[in-house]
Design a protein around this ligand. Sequence first.
Ligand code: PEP
Length: 250
Amino acid sequence: MNRKQLVVGNWKMNGSLSDNEALLVGLSAADDLSGLDVSVCVPYLYLAQTREHLAAGNISWGGQNVSEHDAGAYTGEISGSMLADFEVSFGLVGHSERRSFYAETNELVGIKARKLLSVGITPIVCVGETLKQREAEETFGIISAQLEAVIEQIGLENLGRLVLAYEPVWAIGTGLTASPEQAQEVHEYLREQVALLDEAAASSLRILYGGSVKPDNAEKLFRQADVDGGLIGGASLNLIDFLTICRLAI
Ligand code: PEP
């Protein structure tokens, strides 16, 4: 199965109207990315600005989170239908920063994935182990539990609508990267887990790698059989680096 690679930039809580301008103008001017899907997940406040710049091109945009509620008295939250109003294609759920700083549980991550699907947005479900868990050889158990909780919420019939991102917690923003072999081992395992439930969904499933992907390590990671692109944090804030990483995925 030849899965079209997907590279997603996660801006996290960075940016300003003026800083974003240069980044978005540069992204919208890149005319050699047609062999690839590219998206940027921006802070909610900048969705309108991002849509304005990217709407005419091939790069899509997404949110970094979503509320588990549909509407109502949840001050400060943003619902799936609000994201859909801004025509977002993707929503991140289960990012390790949300799991660790905001105590998001596996179950909550699953509910958020379901909310996104209910409004036609593709969830990018992040899974990954901490260094301690890796050292204790718990990696597969941890990511299986994270995945299972999502499947429980969305139902088997929606497995084919997910994007997964393997993001070892020890590699996010640390400069440490999983080796291509370590990434491939986990990606292959994830695909096998999905294949046990739905073979067709497994073969078309895109599994992104995230964790300190940079221009100098992206190519080898993207060449792994079960790595279908990347989720790029820090390097997505630098136009040249992000475009270089994108081109290495084509
Ligand atoms: C991320 O934010 O998902 C991420 C992988 O960050 P970084 O590339 O900076 O490690």
